[in-house]
Design a protein around this ligand. Structure first.
Ligand SMILES: Cc1cc2nc3c(=O)[nH]c(=O)nc-3n(C[C@H](O)[C@H](O)[C@H](O)COP(=O)(O)O)c2cc1C
Length: 177
């Protein structure tokens, strides 16, 4: 059941040393490749980072909130080609990244999304610029997020949904607050 999976999925930032198998990684990416994209244009690309030293360097792409990437067994950079889908590339990437998070949870792996938009490297340059250099990317690419994945070394309680009555409104009846 999808409900069981979304209850199970939490952001996991602590990982054991156990490797993520090639089969699991392949399955995660295959699931992402099923994600819908506007007009079916598919502007989303994935870069797999497995090298420990590269993961360590990558974990410093922004000042805060990406350090967990150093402890991940693998990271996936979700990148879009803005020339393929100039208006919807960010939305397409968000859906694909969500598929990755759910696929990882389904395989009992831990994963967390690290954000790139508006983030800065400690040198003062934008994280986007840092990541372009790091991955040697042409200007047309946007790095949308980096997802760290590994075997969980922390347990989290089931996801509790936001309050239904505060977030769901009936047309012609409720006023959005
Ligand atoms: C768009 C987006 C950006 C996020 N950026 C970061 C981030 O940069 N670093 C991080 O540790 N977690 C990041 N997260 C994870 C959120 O903090 C997390 O999803 C939220 O606190 C809810 O917790 P849960 O995922 O366990 O349900 C991000 C999540 C989303 C959806």
């Amino acid at each position: 059941m999808l409900l069981d999976l979304v209850e199970k999925r939490r952001s996991i930032r602590k990982f054991t040393d156990e490797k993520v198998s090639e089969e699991d990684l392949r399955e995660i990416l295959t699931i992402a490749l099923h994600a819908p994209t506007a007009k079916n244009r598919n502007p989303v690309r994935y870069i797999i980072i497995r090298d420990k030293k590269r993961l360590e360097e990558l974990s410093n792409y922004k000042v805060n909130s990406a350090k967990f990437l150093a402890g991940a067994d693998v990271a996936i950079a979700v990148v879009t080609d803005s020339e393929v889908a100039p208006n919807t590339n960010h939305q397409d990437a968000s859906i694909a990244a969500t598929y990755i998070l759910l696929a990882a949870a389904d395989l009992d792996l831990g994963a967390t999304w690290a954000n790139v938009v508006d983030a800065k490297h400690e040198s003062g340059i934008s994280s986007q610029d840092f990541l372009h250099k790091f991955f040697d990317l042409e200007d047309k690419f946007d790095v949308e997020c980096i997802i760290g994945i590994g075997h969980p070394a922390e347990e989290k309680s089931e996801k509790v949904p936001f309050e239904y009555s505060e977030n769901v409104f009936e047309d012609l009846h409720d006023k959005l607050k």
